[in-house]
Design a protein around this ligand. Sequence first.
Ligand code: SF4
Length: 422
Amino acid sequence: MKHYRFGGSGADRYINCAGSTALIETLPPKAGSRYADEGSAAHHLAALCLQNDEHPAEHLGEAFPEWPGYPVTQEMCDAVVVYLNAVLHEMAQTKEAELYVETQFELDVPGAEGEVGGTVDAMVYHPKTGRLVSFDYKHGVGFSVSADDSKQIKFYAAGAVFSKPDWRISALELVIVQPRDRSLAGLPDDADRETKLGIKRWSMNPLDLMEFSGEIADAVAKAKDFDNRVFSLPDFSSGSWCRWCAAAAVCPLREQEVLRAAQLDFAHMTAITADALPDPKTYDMDRLGQILQAGQILNGWLNQVQEYVEALVLAGQPVAGWKAVEKIGRAKWVSADEEVADYADMVFGIDVEQIRPRKLTTITEAEKLLKAAGATKAQIDDFKLRFTLKESSGLTIAPTSDRRPAVNAIADAYSGINLTAE
Ligand code: SF4
């Protein structure tokens, strides 16, 4: 699949931060990450199933040659099924519906021919009504991607629309399907079915795509301007798009912001030592709260730095103070369970049940088994009510924006104690 200098996944970044593309291109090529490879394997599975009218389970255990380390698992099948169902449900809306899978497109941007483009995972066009639905599958877990006004899916929509000039589009819907989105677990029981499955929809006026294409063309022209000149701090602009920026670990603006956000009075990271860090007890409550909030930004940035340094060192590039080492190994059984248990029983007299206890599966797995056995939602709820208990392991802290209600920590700590004076 062709890689474009200005693609859909980076659209939010290069539209907002003109200097980012040039800064990224100063870095050595990045090795593929575990998550990216697993996601690519899942995308491939989804495309195969749509193209050949197959069920993902038919590929269970299969490893695709490009991503040999990520064979098709049950979890991958379950996630891909949600996406396939969303696409096929759209196909069923009209008899004439047309399905396009993995459609590669290039946007016509003057001065950047062949540099701006991407691939739409799937699109369904209804010629009679003029409705077009563009689908984007996300296999990720940790970061919940919103469909609302997303530059990435608008980019794919522009690709879908402009790659088929004969279409007469009257309604345009953009859909992100992210079935493994970890935040789904925290949704209220009365959330609608699609939301619970990680299907997010956003409708836009097809005419607005003209304006968006202009936005892309302007952003590409600004980014390409750095091909001929060096950049400086004002050329960067930070925001939510920095999260996926490959240059975040070396970005001068991010480094400055991280220090400012953490309220550390250091001119540069190199001045930070354990002794030079201030004692938290010297801070007032407001500042402590602000520092913890800044710490979340700092953590994200440190992860990006660590990932970057790891890639460099593993590629053989020297980074002062760091080296490549073998991961600490964990012992694992290499013989069949029965063989181990029988030997321990025969030689040491250890009870087989002790060394190989029968264990219930996890609650999530049990729920899947119940679903597969045809249990209704009410039956599953009843089963959980009978046999499970959701218990908090205690109090913690969270930003005030967190969806959980605030708990009165003092009242909680002293509950059950009679505090009346004698
Ligand atoms: S980290 Fe953010 S500000 Fe820095 S180059 Fe990347 S997108 Fe721009």
